[in-house]
Design a protein around this ligand. Structure first.
Ligand SMILES: Cc1ncc(COP(=O)(O)O)c(C=O)c1O
Length: 365
């Protein structure tokens, strides 16, 4: 099978699985316990926290483990930090778009350019906001936002800023301190770690309301016995992502350049956001005269996995809200498919994909 949907999820790295297995077997201690078996779990969890902190240059004590990026995003917006007015963009993941603050605070949606860049002018023009949430990398187009610059704009207004760094992690350098953000969401399964695990990084833990009530786990913010094996896996995946970041970037860039060179020869193909900075593994394209969902199914019959728009949202949306916000003509938006490459893909797989795609396009005409 040819797997080109790494922005939806990545396969578990074998080295990650190896690290996790003991914690699914003989090392079953509850990390809150005081005896040796428990202390082993606690210590493995803290090592994982350190690896994640090192990957994003944050303090380990600012990291709270969650069930994934969705939970981290929800918590950022719902844990009481927004008092009156939230600004966010039209291209955020549904876990931000649909997460209204509980207290009825106002919400303003900032637009994007046709290439998918968040409008800093609209941010500057916004009045009286006290909280901003902007994604670092878009999951569909792969566009990289200038979060450092946006943070400076937001900070001038004395507001807090959260960034969803789920798609940036492991693909570009992510530096929590240098960006200057207050909160950041991460997810394990986009970096070859296990699903159902993520983190919220926050300098504001003292200002946040607890979001899961019970025992005192995770500084009393998120009660519940921790998913130790998954956290250990996330930590190992973070350690590997730090070590291999440049190699992975270079590899996917080589594949993507090769893919795009061939796509440019197919006149009906339009690559979105091609003129702005994008992560090296992502190509979202529209194919004139086709329907994205149909293409996806036809490619699936050839054992090739891609996504049409956002995998997380594709079962709900007629066409992508991201492409809609970029003002892409609806018919072209509906024809979109996304290829997201990973560290184990090869040039030969790109050749097979391009060949099959061309045949499908010809057949559909
Ligand atoms: C940008 C972005 N944010 C958040 C999420 C949600 O992360 P999780 O699947 O860990 O809940 C995703 C998942 O696709 C994503 O792409």
């Amino acid at each position: 099978m040819i797997y080109f949907d790494h922005n939806a999820t990545t396969p578990l790295d074998e080295r990650v699985l190896e690290e996790m297995l003991p914690f699914l077997g003989q090392l079953y201690g509850n990390p809150s316990g005081l005896y040796r078996l428990a202390r082993v779990s606690r210590s493995a969890m803290e090592t994982a926290r350190e690896h994640i902190a090192q990957l994003v240059n944050a303090e380990p004590e600012h990291i709270v483990f969650t069930s994934g990026g969705t939970e981290a995003n929800n918590v950022a917006l719902k844990s009481g930090l927004i008092k009156k007015h939230l600004i966010t963009s039209a291209i955020e993941h549904p876990s931000i778009i649909k997460s209204l603050p509980n207290n009825g605070a106002k919400k303003t949606i900032i637009g994007v350019t046709e290439q998918g860049i968040i409008s800093s002018q609209e941010i500057s023009d916004s009045a009286d906001f006290d909280f901003a949430s902007f994604m670092m990398v878009n999951n569909e187009t792969g566009v990289i936002q200038d979060i450092k610059k946006i943070t400076q704009l937001v900070k001038k207004r004395g507001a807090l800023i959260h960034t969803d760094a789920v798609q940036a992690l492991g693909k570009i350098p992510v530096d929590f301190q240098d960006l200057g953000v207050d909160l950041m969401s991460l997810s394990s399964h986009k970096i070859y770690g296990p699903k159902g695990c993520g983190a919220l990084i926050s300098k504001q833990t003292d200002l946040m309301q607890n979001f899961m009530t019970g025992g005192g786990q995770e500084q009393g913010l998120r009660a519940g016995t921790e998913n130790v094996a998954a956290i250990v896996g996330f930590g190992k995946a973070a350690e590997l992502a730090k070590l291999e970041l440049q190699e992975r970037q270079a590899h996917t860039l080589k594949l993507r350049n090769y893919l795009e060179q061939q796509l440019y020869r197919v006149s009906s193909v339009k690559v979105f956001s091609e003129h702005v900075p994008r992560i090296s593994n992502t190509v979202q394209m529209g194919i004139q005269g086709c329907i994205g969902e149909m293409l996806l199914m036809q490619l699936d019959q050839k054992n090739i996995a891609v996504s049409s728009g956002s995998a997380c949202a594709s079962n709900e949306e007629a066409s992508s809200h991201v492409l809609g916000a970029m003002n892409i003509e609806p018919q072209l938006a509906q024809s979109a498919i996304r290829v997201s490459l990973g560290k184990n893909n090869t040039l030969e797989e790109i050749d097979v994909f391009v060949q099959e795609l061309k045949q499908i396009i010809t057949k559909n005409r």
